[in-house]
Design a protein around this ligand. Sequence first.
Ligand SMILES: [Fe+2]
Ligand SMILES: [Fe+2]
Length: 185
Amino acid sequence: MKGDLDAASVAGFSGDIPGLIGDLRSDHAGETGAVAIYQGILAVSRDPAVRHFALAHLATEREHLAQLGALLPPGQRSILLPIWHVAGWLTGALPALVGPRAVYATIDAVETFVDHHYEEQVRKLPDHGPGGALRTLLIACQADEVEHRDEARAAGTPTTGLLTQAWKWLVGTGSALAVMAARRV
Ligand SMILES: [Fe+2]
Ligand SMILES: [Fe+2]
């Protein structure tokens, strides 16, 4: 872990930043879902390019999950983690049943959401001290998510199909609802 950033230091400055523990709970829940998305894709897809893409992203998401898990004691994690796992798995597996284009459109939608989610938190954190170390970590995660989004965008074909638009809307709305819930429980 970077510098003096750990669960104890987060507990120490969390009182200075309103909603910080809830935010971290939603990050940890989100990274749990992200790992499951790529596991869902890998459970279904036989496309070599999709599998290569998903394996690389899965490794990054596992790292994010471990880094956030180190900041949040088990008692402060979302009690709905099994639900975030299943929802994430389906978010990867269902488009993988349809095909590579659907997978890339889904990842584009998910990572666009996560980019904004991290951006919101980065703005709340100071640029020095333990809060600054957390800010640095979240900026690094955010940069990975933006890379994932851009890779998906480059690999996919732009589609304006109604079904794809509806699915992307569902993924974005579902993610927003999941964050709201995970911030609380
Ligand atoms: Fe991530
Ligand atoms: Fe990601």
